[in-house]
Design a protein around this ligand. Structure first.
Ligand code: NAD
Length: 377
């Protein structure tokens, strides 16, 4: 099969779906690879490096190049007009934002396309090397703490200086999934005192092993459980109790890092206007859930808002600010996902394999995961 690696078309997207290293891998599996000129420029991978590994360079949007592709590897989904240029039966693989995505559904049907949405990869051990949500969340968690430390008007570590002792920064981290745990580790490395809130009981031990303190979730009868390793949506009453509990913690915090999410749902609102009113001027909030509606009031995607001296950073695109490593890890995720499907120079999608069955949202235009793409339809 022939793979196509496009220049990403989403504004602000700096990553690329293949690196020269992963091109080499795909060639060793018996694939041909076309790379649009400039595809790796924003992430530090030069056209020549792809060509040196054996990729064929094509002009962006080259009609023949697109219509000959069997597998289209992207970070974010291309526009409907772009998808229409792929041949029938071509496979699109990427972070396709599948949840209730009518435009994507229509494009897949119209073009008789197949598609794998990496967001839907099951969270099982065997899937870890292909887990793009994790590789990218890890980067977001790391970078969120660096942004917070750069914006904060204080030191992170405790310091004993000739001018006296400086107390360590207090960092509150909301949500301890992949991004949150990396934020804990990064803040601890910088010397902060770290408190963590999550609603999955399994998290307590992980948080404590990283040297942070766990804030026990409110005890309510309808305490949300988890399914498939993910949190379930919490009730309004639970969230209200949780906000009350967090309000005192945040009033003493220098930094809050918000990473709490529930897949396919609006992010839980954990920091209200009232709670922001109690934070000290100079404190910093980084909201990684801002594009899903935000854990914190008043955060805006991609912007820093000054709210009475509290800096609110909308951290929706942090992996794009570390594009070289973000791309390298993402590209390796794609190799891990596709290698088992590329036997003997052919693409074979085994629907008995739970990894494939989980993320293959459509095959030749037939919608297989209508439960996700068109819920309620
Ligand atoms: P996520 O991005 O969906 O959510 C981030 C965190 O927010 C989760 O820990 C969740 O419990 C938490 N959260 C939700 N509502 C909250 C609330 N009201 N208050 C506080 N916290 C709240 O999660 P993720 O980072 O994608 O990871 C989810 C789980 O999957 C984790 O347990 C992770 O370790 C696991 N995981 C497993 C694998 C694997 O085995 N292949 C790979 C990656 C992650």
């Amino acid at each position: 099969p022939r793979l196509l690696i496009p220049v990403e078309s989403t504004p602000g997207e700096t990553r690329v779906a293949a690196t020269p290293d992963t091109v080499k891998k795909f060639l060793s599996f018996g694939c041909d690879v076309s790379v649009e000129r400039g595809a790796g420029t924003t992430s530090g991978y030069l056209d020549q490096a792809y060509a040196d590994q054996g990729a064929q360079l094509i002009d962006p949007g080259d009609a023949a190049g697109w219509s000959q592709a069997d597998i289209f590897l992207c970070v974010q989904p291309p526009s409907a007009a772009s998808l229409a240029r792929l041949r029938q039966g071509a496979l699109v693989v990427g972070l396709l934002s599948p949840y209730a995505n009518e435009e994507l559904t229509a494009s897949l049907k119209r073009g008789a396309l197949s598609a794998m949405a990496l967001e839907l990869l099951p969270r099982i051990s065997r899937a870890q090397s292909a887990d793009a949500l994790s590789s990218q969340a890890n980067i977001a968690g790391y970078k969120s703490v660096l942004l917070a430390s750069a914006a904060l008007d204080r030191y992170f570590p405790m310091l004993m200086t000739a001018a006296g002792t400086v107390q360590p920064a207090k960092v509150v981290i909301l949500g301890a999934g992949v991004a949150g745990l990396q934020a804990v580790a990064t803040a601890r490395r910088l010397g902060a005192v770290v408190y963590v809130s999550d609603i999955r009981p399994a998290v307590k031990e992980q948080v404590e092993s990283l040297g942070a303190r766990f804030i026990e979730p409110p005890k309510l009868e309808d305490k949300p459980a988890e399914s498939g390793g993910y949190a379930k949506q919490a009730s309004d009453a639970f969230l209200a109790a949780q906000r009350q509990q967090l309000s005192d913690q945040l009033a003493e915090a220098d930094v809050a890092i918000c990473t709490a999410q529930v897949p396919g749902r609006r992010a839980p609102r954990l920091i209200s206007e009232d709670m922001l009113d109690r934070m000290r001027p100079g404190a910093v909030v980084v909201d990684l859930a801002v594009a899903q509606g935000g854990n914190c009031a008043d955060t805006v995607p991609g912007q820093t808002v000054d709210r009475n001296g509290v800096k609110l950073i909308g951290g929706n695109d942090l992996p794009c600010t570390v594009p070289n490593h973000a791309s390298a890890l993402y590209a390796r995720n794609l190799v891990a996902l596709l290698e088992p499907t590329l036997k003997d120079g052919d693409l074979k999608l085994d629907l008995e394999d739970e990894l494939i069955a989980g993320c293959l949202v459509a095959q030749d235009g037939n919608i297989l995961r209508g439960d996700v793409l068109t819920p309620g339809a």
